[in-house]
Design a protein around this ligand. Structure first.
Ligand SMILES: CC[C@H](C(=O)O)C(=O)SCCNC(=O)CCNC(=O)[C@H](O)C(C)(C)COP(=O)(O)OP(=O)(O)OC[C@H]1O[C@@H](n2cnc3c(N)ncnc32)[C@H](O)[C@@H]1OP(=O)(O)O
Ligand SMILES: [Co+2]
Length: 137
């Protein structure tokens, strides 16, 4: 595990939150991306080696919509950059962590991603991210 790749923040209105984070960080987001399979519209801010990912739900059955039904806007997940997502998944499975997917899936920002259930990670939703170009090598 290399670094915190991004902090995922669940928001009700992406435009409103983009404007707030632009004022907070003193810079604009560098990309917006829809991940239909996850039911999210995202916006990314770069902060040194780490990013902030704002996430708005695209539909009522989006994980973000479900999260916001129960909790206020705020930190939704932490994403950790890994060099080899498959070997990390094997290692974590052996360590008893609960993976939410058997195989990694395409995430935002040119990543392969997998999530761990928060009940196995002290209540924190953890996402593992591997750069897609690493996957091609
Ligand atoms: C991939 C695109 C993008 C990227 O970076 O590339 C993203 O990051 S997309 C982010 C959105 N996608 C996901 O979050 C996928 C993984 N999440 C899930 O599969 C679900 O959200 C899950 C399994 C974490 C919870 O879903 P469930 O239907 O079980 O919801 P419940 O409300 O019943 O929650 C059960 C239990 O988990 C607690 N919970 C839910 N969400 C979170 C959270 N974000 N952080 C911490 N804990 C969470 C919830 O409070 C319930 O706990 P309980 O004690 O039972 O009340
Ligand atoms: Co994420």
């Amino acid at each position: 595990m290399r670094k915190i790749e991004h902090l995922g923040i669940a928001v009700k209105n992406l435009e409103t939150s983009k404007e707030l984070f632009s004022r907070l960080l003193g810079k604009d987001s560098y990309k917006e991306e829809q991940v239909g399979a996850e039911g999210v519209q995202t916006a990314f801010f770069l902060l040194g080696e780490t990013k902030i990912e704002l996430l708005e739900a695209l539909s009522a059955d989006s994980p973000i919509a479900k999260f916001l039904e129960k909790k206020n806007e705020g930190l939704h997940h932490i994403a950790i950059a890994v060099d080899d997502i498959y070997s990390e998944m094997d290692r974590l499975k052996k360590e008893g962590f609960e993976l939410l997917n058997d195989l990694p899936k395409k995430g935002a920002d040119d990543k392969l991603v997998v999530f761990l259930h928060p009940r196995s990670t002290n209540g924190v939703l953890v996402e593992l991210c591997q750069d897609l170009e690493t996957e091609k090598e």
